[in-house]
Design a protein around this ligand. Structure first.
Ligand code: CA
Ligand code: CA
Length: 691
C-alpha cells in the first residue's frame, strides 16, 4: 500500500540526461562559419566514415534564422521551417536518416534562451504541430529584454529574465506556461519528427536550470548537454538544478588542458577528488559528475577566441580520449589530425573506456601526467608530457600510440574500426552530357544479392521510395536530372546515398538586382566552376551595370544573363566599397534585393523571385485586395489558390490557401506586398497598406 503513495512522476536519477557507463564518442560536426564543411549533404556523404568512429554528432541549429547565412544562434522558426544555411529540410532529414541507418545519433543545437521575429523584433511565427497552434506575442518576452528600450517596437510584458540576457534576440520568459508548452512541442518535433537523438542547449545561463528539468522530462531526452560556460562549482549547481536531467560541457577540463599545455605544466591535468585522490581535472574528477560531463578541447566559440587551445592537439585529444566523461572531438581537430584521432578513438573503444571508467593517477609533476585507465576490456596507461616513464609490466612493444608529447601503452589488441561498406557507383558520374546519356548503376563491396534503389525526383531513396533494380541496370537520362541511389541488402539500406547530377542542356542564368537606394554605383562580379571572373563580368569589382537596367513592375532593375554555356553562377553585388555576401549556386532566373547593412558585415540579400518573378504572368484583371480591419480580402475573383503577403524587404509574413482572405492581425501597420494566384493561373499583385 505504501508503495502506491510514492509520487508517480518521481524519475530515476539521470534517466533523461546521459546514459551511465556510456562508451560513445561525440563529434562537434562544425566550427564557426563552416557553411561548406558542415552542409547536411557534405556530412551525409561522410556518414560511413564518421559512423565508424563517432556515436553522436552535434550539428548546428537547423531551423530557419533571422539572417542568411546564419550559424543558428538567431532562431526564428522552430517547427515549420528547417531550411537553414546548412541545407534544406529535405537534406536535413536525409542526413539524419542516413546516419541513423549506421547507428549514429544526431544532436541538435537547441537555442531557446532567445528567439527573433520574422520581420520586426517581436513578430514570432505562428506554428502548428500535432494539431496545436502556437501563436506568440510580446507576452512571451522578458520585460527586461533590450526591446524594452525600443519605443518603435511592441513592448514586452513577460516576467523578468531568470538568467542572462542575449543582446540581439528576444529573451523568452521561461516562467510562462505557454512558452514552456511551445518549447516542449519543439523538442518533441526535433526528436519524433526530424529524428534527432538528443540536443545541446545553447546559452543555458540565460534562464533558470529548473526549466531544463521540465523540458527534458517532457521530451524524455536520451542525450542532453548544456553550455554552461563557468567554473566547476557553478556547473555542478546547474546540473543539480536540472535534477540531473542534463549533462554539461566540461569547461573546467578544457581550461585546465589549455593551462597545462600553454605553461608546459602537466600537474595542472590533475585535481584532487575530495581533497585527496588524484584524478584527471575538470567535472570528471568527481565520480558523481563523470557521467554528466562532456569533455572537449575546443568548440566553435573557443576556437576563434583567446580561449583557443594552442598546444599539441593530438596529445590533448589523447588525454581526453583516455579519460572518463563523454569526449567531444572538435571538427577542425578531426579534419586536421584525422589519422591520429582515428587511432585514439580505436584505442578508447578497444580498451572499453566509458564516461565512468576508473582512473588511477600513477605520476604527476610539471613534466608529466601518467595514469592507468581501466575499461571494460582491459586497461591502458597514458603519459602526457615529455617526462620519462616506463609503466611496470609494459615494454616498448606495448606502446600503441605515441609522439614526443604523449605515449599510450596497452596489452589490449586495438581494433580496426574502418568498415568496408557497400556503395553505389554510377557510370558515368555527374557531368554535362548535351542531348542526354545512359547511366549504369552498379554496386561495390556489396553481397551478390544486393539491389539498388534509386530516385530521379530529388527525394531520398529508401525501402518505401524509389525504383528497385539489379546492379548493372542502365537508365536513360534525357533532361536535367538528380539521380540518388542506395544499396539495399536483406531488406535494409546499407550504403550512404550516392548523388549525381546530369545536365543535358545549357540554361543560362538571369539575375536581377533592384536598384539600391543608397548606392550610386552598382557592379556585378561573378564566377562559376567553369568560368573565371574575367570571362564573365571582369575582375574585381566586376562590371559597372549603369547601362544594363530594365524597368519591370514599375521598378528599376539591373539585369544580367550569363553566356549560354554557364548555367550555374556565383555572384557578388558591390558599389566599389561595400559588397554583399557570396550568393552561390544560382540557377535559372532570380530577382534580388539588398537587405539593410549591418556594421562591419557583408550585406545579405533577399531572393524576391516569388514576388517579382511572376511579372510576365497574365495579370488578373479587375481583381483587387482590400484591408477590412483584420484581414486582406481578395475582391473580384472567386477561385483563389493562394494569397501571399510580404513585408517591404521581401520576407513572407502571411499566407493563406484556398481562401479569399488572409488574416493580418498579427502584422504591424504599414505597407505590404501581396500576390494572389487564381485557379486559372492568373496573378494579381501589388502594394497594400494596413493602417
Ligand atoms: Ca535579448
Ligand atoms: Ca535570458
Amino acid at each position: 500500500m505504501l508503495m502506491l503513495l510514492i509520487s508517480p512522476q518521481a524519475k530515476a536519477e539521470g534517466e533523461y540526461a546521459w546514459p551511465a557507463n556510456y562508451s560513445g564518442v561525440m563529434l562537434q560536426g562544425f566550427s564557426w562559419d563552416a557553411y561548406d564543411d558542415s552542409q547536411w549533404t557534405t556530412l551525409a556523404s561522410q556518414a560511413g566514415e564518421l559512423s565508424d568512429y563517432f556515436d553522436l554528432i552535434w550539428v548546428p541549429n537547423s531551423g530557419k534564422c533571422s539572417s542568411n547565412p546564419s550559424m543558428g544562434y538567431n532562431p526564428v522558426y522552430w517547427m515549420s521551417n528547417h531550411n537553414s544555411s546548412f541545407g534544406t529540410e529535405d537534406e536535413l532529414r536525409e542526413m539524419i536518416k542516413t546516419f541513423s541507418s549506421f547507428g549514429t545519433g544526431i544532436i541538435e543545437d537547441v537555442v531557446v534562451n532567445h528567439r527573433d521575429g520574422v520581420s520586426t523584433w517581436t513578430d514570432f511565427p505562428t506554428e502548428t504541430y500535432k494539431g496545436v497552434t502556437y501563436e506568440w506575442g510580446p507576452w512571451a518576452i522578458c520585460k527586461n529584454d533590450e526591446v524594452s528600450k525600443q519605443p518603435d517596437q511592441e513592448q514586452p510584458t513577460g516576467a523578468y529574465d531568470t538568467g542572462d540576457n542575449f543582446d540581439g534576440c528576444r529573451d523568452l520568459d521561461h516562467t510562462n506556461a505557454k512558452v514552456q508548452e511551445g518549447i516542449k512541442a519543439y523538442l518533441d518535433f526535433l526528436k519524433n519528427d526530424l529524428g534527432y537523438i538528443g540536443w545541446r542547449y545553447d546559452m543555458v545561463k540565460g534562464f533558470g536550470s529548473k526549466f531544463i528539468k521540465i523540458y527534458n522530462e517532457s521530451a524524455k531526452a536520451s542525450y542532453s548537454v548544456g553550455e554552461y560556460w563557468d567554473g566547476y562549482d557553478n556547473i555542478v549547481k546547474w546540473i543539480e538544478g536540472t535534477g540531473r536531467t542534463s549533462a554539461a560541457f566540461d569547461f573546467p577540463f578544457k581550461f585546465q588542458v589549455n593551462d597545462a599545455f600553454a605553461g608546459m605544466d602537466f600537474s595542472k591535468l590533475v585535481w584532487k577528488r575530495n581533497g585527496s585522490l588524484d584524478q584527471p581535472a575538470g567535472l570528471i574528477h568527481m565520480d558523481t559528475y563523470q557521467r554528466y560531463a562532456v569533455t572537449f578541447i575546443d568548440n566553435h566559440d573557443t576556437y576563434r577566441e583567446s580561449t583557443k587551445f594552442t598546444g599539441d592537439v593530438v596529445a590533448a585529444n589523447a588525454y581526453m580520449l583516455c579519460s572518463p566523461g563523454t569526449p567531444c572531438v572538435f571538427m577542425k581537430h578531426w579534419l586536421g589530425k584525422k589519422a591520429d584521432i582515428k587511432k585514439l578513438i580505436a584505442i578508447r573503444k578497444s580498451v572499453g573506456i566509458t564516461n565512468q571508467s576508473k582512473v588511477t593517477v600513477l605520476s604527476t609533476s610539471r613534466s608529466m601526467y601518467v595514469a592507468k585507465v581501466t575499461g571494460t576490456n582491459g586497461e591502458l596507461v597514458i603519459k602526457v608530457g615529455r617526462g620519462t616513464y616506463t609503466p611496470s609490466g609494459y615494454t616498448s612493444a606495448d606502446r600503441v600510440a605515441y609522439s614526443g608529447a604523449y605515449t599510450i601503452w596497452t596489452k589490449v589488441a586495438i581494433k580496426d574500426l574502418d568498415t568496408v561498406r557497400p556503395e553505389v557507383t554510377l557510370t558515368p558520374d555527374s557531368g554535362i552530357y548535351i542531348g542526354g546519356t545512359d547511366v549504369t548503376l552498379s554496386t561495390k563491396n556489396a553481397s551478390k544479392d544486393a539491389q539498388i534503389i534509386y530516385t530521379t525526383d530529388k527525394t531520398t531513396p529508401s525501402l518505401t521510395n524509389g525504383t528497385k533494380v539489379n546492379p548493372g541496370t542502365t537508365i536513360k537520362i534525357s533532361k536535367k536530372t538528380t539521380l540518388k541511389a542506395v544499396v539495399c541488402e536483406n531488406n535494409k539500406v546499407v550504403s550512404t546515398i550516392k548523388t549525381a547530377t546530369y545536365t543535358t542542356e545549357y540554361l543560362p542564368v538571369t539575375i536581377y538586382l533592384l536598384k539600391p537606394k543608397t548606392w550610386s554605383t552598382v557592379n556585378f562580379y561573378a564566377w562559376s566552376d567553369t568560368f573565371e571572373a574575367a570571362q564573365l563580368l571582369d575582375n574585381w569589382p566586376g562590371k559597372n551595370m549603369a547601362t544594363s537596367t530594365v524597368v519591370e513592375s514599375g521598378k528599376t532593375w539591373y539585369k544580367w544573363t550569363t553566356p549560354k554555356e554557364c548555367d550555374v553562377v556565383n555572384i557578388i553585388f558591390n558599389n566599389g566599397t561595400d559588397q554583399t555576401v557570396d550568393i552561390t549556386n544560382i540557377e535559372g532566373t532570380h530577382y534580388f534585393i539588398l537587405n539593410e547593412p549591418e556594421e562591419g558585415k557583408a550585406i545579405t540579400v533577399t531572393d524576391v523571385t516569388d514576388i517579382y518573378g511572376g511579372v510576365t504572368d497574365v495579370a488578373a484583371e479587375n481583381v483587387t485586395v482590400r484591408y477590412n480591419g483584420s484581414a486582406f480580402v481578395v475582391e473580384g475573383a472567386e477561385d483563389v489558390v493562394s494569397i501571399n503577403v510580404y513585408n517591404m524587404s521581401g520576407s513572407e509574413v502571411a499566407v493563406s490557401y484556398r481562401n479569399n482572405s488572409v488574416d493580418v492581425q498579427g502584422l504591424q501597420n504599414g505597407f505590404y506586398l501581396y500576390r494572389v494566384i487564381l485557379s486559372n493561373g492568373k496573378v494579381a499583385q501589388g502594394k497594400i497598406v494596413k493602417r
